[in-house]
Design a protein around this ligand. Sequence first.
Ligand code: F6R
Length: 243
Amino acid sequence: MKIFIEKNYTDLSKRVADIIESEMKEKSNLVLGLATGSTPIGTYEELIKRHKEEGLDFSKITTFNLDEYLGIPHDHVNSYHYFMEENFFKSINIDNDKINIPNGNPENAEEYCKAYDEKIENQGGIDVQILGIGENGHIAFNEPDDKLYLGTHVTDLTESTIKANSRFFDSIDDVPKKAITMGLGSIMKSKKILLLASGKNKANTIKKLLKDGVVSTHNPASLLLLHPDVTIILDEEAAEEYM
Ligand code: F6R
């Protein structure tokens, strides 16, 4: 496991973009796993900048997003489809056919989830997976529980996640209560994992992850500690209780 502690969010975002850029230069048809949320926005901005100023080429890249709210139209401003288009895809030269985001309105959710995992496998698996971390240790929408699911599945969001995500909605009642998410097994199959955390509100989460020395389904991110190639990129605020 590698840990980078960067001075601030800007440096964190540049570090993550550096790693992704170097992986893209090694493998032009990289399969990239993507996250939404506040944390990776700076990384996407940095990658867009490198695309515009240095010609960083996304034309052969395939992407798989971690999750999407269930029952939300894809053109809804809070859907993860909308988020990805606005914050990343519309500003790079990615081929639309190579973008994969879970469908929040599948006809048959069980079959759809299975097909999503099969599609990842058929692409040869995810080369580099970007992850944020919830304050409660969730990864994608794998929430703390007695058991965690391996494959992509439909899940209930916890009260704490609904509350954390309500900042993007007009009212907490508007936050969807269910999501479709890659499972811990799908994520752990990624060849390389980049876990990002920024800001004071993640300091205790990072301390629990890196100092407790415990792996538990009640702290889903702790399973990542068993992965052979994890890089954790923090800013000083997120690292403050760990250092
Ligand atoms: C988003 C996702 C979530 C977020 C997490 C942290 O696709 O899977 O697990 O990564 O909730 O969110 P932020 O970055 O907003 O603190």
